[in-house]
Each structure stands twice: as C-alpha cells, then as structure tokens.
Design a protein around this ligand. Structure first.
Ligand SMILES: O=C(O)C1=C[C@@H](OP(=O)(O)O)[C@@H](O)[C@H](O)C1
Ligand SMILES: C=C(OP(=O)(O)O)C(=O)O
Length: 405
C-alpha cells in the first residue's frame, strides 16, 4: 500500500492523453482469440492488470488459476475452463471470493459442466472438472445481478457442439456489455440472433481477424471530471471512437450536463468547458462504472443529483455505495436512498483544503476522487489500486501538470 499526495492545481491546459486501452474489450478479445485457436490478432491490448492476468492464465499450464480481483477474468475463464477436458481451480482475492458466481455456475452445470464449490456455495473458489459433453442447448439466466455471466456464456456458445439458446429472465442490467460481447464475437465471424429476451447462437467456428482495442471510456471518464472541475481546461483524449463497443461512451452526454463539451476528431475527442445544469437525474443501470465519477463531480460542483440503477455497485470491487457515502462525507455531501432512488446532496459550505481518500481496494475510488485536486490537495491512501484497470493513471495526471509525490 503506498499513499500518494496530489497538489492542488486549478487549470489544465492543452494536454493530450491516450487513456489505457479497454480491459473489457481486451478480456473478451483474449477469450475469443483463444477459442478461435489463433494468436496475435489483438492490437493495443490493455495494460490493465485484469487483462494481463487473463493473458497469463490463458497461457499457463498450472491447475490453479488466480484471477486476483478481476471480475471479468473470473467469470469469463470459469465458462472457458468448464468446457475443457482438464480440471482446474478458479480463485482470487478474499473480495473476489465474496462476489457471487452461483448464477453462472448453475447455468454452466445445466449445459453439462462439472463444477464444485471449494468453500461457500455460490462463491469462488471453484473446482472445475473436465467437461464430459453438452447436456443441454437451452438455458435461462437472471439478467439483473451481473451481465458478465451472460457474456461468459455467449463467448463459449458457438464452440459447443449444439450451440446455445439463452433466455434472459427479468431485467437486464449492463446491457451494453452484452452488446460488446456480441459485437466482438461478430468481428471474429460469429453470428447471433437476439429476439426479445432470447439470444440464439448456433454452433459455428470463430474466424481469425485483427482487432484494435479502443481506449477505455470508463478510464476516460476521470478526464471528463477534471475538465468539469477545473477553472480552465482543454484536454485531448486519443484512441476513443465515435462508434464504440463500450457503453460508457455515454459519459459524453452525461458530462454535457456537468459542464464538459466534447468534440470528436479523427483520432479521439477534445474536451472543453461549457455551462452545467443545477440538478441532474441519471440512471446507471447500463453504465454502473460511471457512478463514482459522476457522484464526486456533483458533490464538488454543488449539483444535486438523483441517481438510479446503483444496485450492482454493492457487489463490485467493494460496496461502492458505502464507500461513496464514507468518502463524500469528507467534502460534506450525503448520498441517501429516498423513494426508490439515491439522492446526492452537496454541502452548502466551502470545500475543505485537503481530503484524505480511502480506496477500499477499489481502483475507481482512487480515480474518481483524484480530480478533486483541481479544488483541494488530495491524499489517496493506496495509489497502487489503479493498476487493476489503468496502471498509468498517475503518470498521465503528472503529464497533465499535477505534482504527485
Ligand atoms: O463485462 C464487462 O466487461 C463488465 C461489465 C460490468 O459488470 P456487471 O455486468 O457486473 O455490471 C462492469 O461493471 C465491469 O466493470 C465490466
Ligand atoms: C466492476 C469492475 O470490474 P470487474 O467486475 O471486472 O472486477 C470495474 O472495473 O469497475
């Protein structure tokens, strides 16, 4: 654990940053490339630890696969290993072993996978035994706990002898991530049909193709925060596309209400300041990773925010609602549940000169609170957490002119 100090700096002018490549795209591309039986088809693979871990585990001969704290790596590899003719153990950090996986395990068992819980029922670690053949080609799965279970099943579906028909029960959260999965499968030649709540994937082969991973829109969101909160700012973000597989590109329209104008260029996007709204309403059901970014900006900019769709935040790297409540209180803001939504109320008082932020082992707590350095000195209890998704984040902050020690 290394703590980190960021000195207050109110202006960010003419900076050009290439945010880290997307870990969500990278982790899908790695699984698909492996199922396609090919290598070296992915350009600009992410430096995120979650992706480096995925890459390492896909190429290891060891029986125990330790995903550390990477949710997608755990869920995608569990499905991938379930249809192999060898046994393995899936494990991760203590927090990973508190993040539910029972829904995915049930679905995989009904296809014919042999998976046992090593510890508590419904949670990693898992003992996966060799696949003995497809038992069923139809499954039903709940869509409102984590979309990662559905993405994991979709990617193995075409290589199952009989393909797979997936019925999504109830509401589907994080839908853009399922679209991303199908989009990348299509890049590698696989066709699917999605009608109402049923996705059908006939048996077919993945075909080798090259794909360049886009910059990460969730990682880019912290640069939008910096522009929103700075007194003056102009930032160019490279490697982001107007037509993106990543649902978090919706940050462009969210941040328009929070005072950031974005304009696409040939190789990215330019951010400048504009007027902001005084009250905003946002539903995070389909972009949960943006909730912390937006909450911190609203608290610091004194914008009242009505938030919905935060349910999945409780089972991510930490309980992100609790973590936000604790840390936002340090700048006087409250986050309370009222009539089925969450109300963020900023303080009427002046902001403090210093905030000491705890991260709760959550990369997004560190990166969402870092932009407060445009308003006050910031201390982050554990700067290393950013490695999960954006290892070069602090270097990029320095590149933007911040003094970090
Ligand atoms: O499929 C993915 O790449 C992801 C899906 C989302 O999780 P949920 O589907 O659990 O909301 C998101 O929060 C996570 O960071 C990445
Ligand atoms: C929730 C996240 O990741 P994962 O679920 O893959 O651990 C995240 O990156 O915010």
């Amino acid at each position: 654990m290394s703590s980190l100090k960021i000195e207050k700096k109110k202006n960010i002018d003419n900076v050009e940053i290439t945010p880290v490549a997307s870990k969500s795209e990278s982790n899908r591309a790695l699984i698909i490339e492996s199922l396609a039986g090919t290598t070296n088809t992915i350009l600009n693979l992410s430096e995120a630890r979650d992706t480096q871990t995925m890459n390492k585990l896909l190429n290891t001969q060891e029986d125990t696969l330790d995903v550390i704290d990477a949710g997608t790596t755990m869920r995608f590899l569990t499905a991938f290993m379930s249809i192999k003719d060898k046994a393995s153990i899936m494990t991760g950090t203590p927090r990973m072993c508190q993040r539910p996986i029972g829904i995915l395990v049930e679905a995989l068992r009904s296809i014919g996978a042999d998976i046992k819980y090593v510890g508590e029922e419904g949670y990693p670690p898992l003992k996966i035994n060799a696949f003995k053949g497809q038992a069923s080609d139809e499954i039903s799965i709940k869509g409102d706990i984590s979309s990662q279970y559905i993405s994991a099943l979709l990617m193995i579906a075409p290589v199952l002898p009989n393909g797979l028909k997936i019925t999504i029960k109830g509401k589907l959260g994080s839908k853009p991530y399922v679209d991303m999965t199908l989009g990348l499968m299509e890049v590698y030649g696989v066709k699917a049909d999605w009608t109402d709540n049923i996705i059908t994937i006939p048996h077919q082969n993945y075909k080798p193709n090259q794909y360049t991973i886009e910059s990460d829109w969730s990682g880019a969101s912290y640069w939008f925060s910096l522009v929103s909160l700075a007194d003056s700012a102009q930032i160019k973000l490279k490697g982001l596309r107007k037509n993106s597989f990543q649902g978090d590109h919706v940050i462009t329209s969210i941040m328009k209400s929070l005072g950031v104008k974005s304009e696409f260029t040939e190789d990215g996007i330019t951010l400048t300041k504009c007027d902001h709204d005084d009250v905003i309403h946002i539903d995070f059901t389909h972009c949960p990773d943006l909730a912390q970014t937006v909450a911190v900006v609203c608290a610091a900019k004194k914008i009242q925010c009505h938030l919905k769709g935060l349910e999945s935040l409780r089972i991510k790297e930490t309980d992100r609602i609790q973590a936000l409540q604790n840390e936002l209180a340090k700048i006087g803001a409250t986050l309370e549940e009222k009539n089925g939504e969450w109300l963020l109320t900023p303080s009427n008082d002046d902001l403090p000169d210093l905030i000491k932020v705890e991260t709760y082992d959550d990369h997004r707590m560190a990166m969402a609170f870092a932009p407060l350095a445009t308003k006050m000195n910031v201390e982050i209890a554990d700067g290393d957490v950013v490695a999960k998704s954006y290892p070069t984040f602090w270097d990029h902050m320095k590149q933007a002119g911040f003094t970090i020690s």
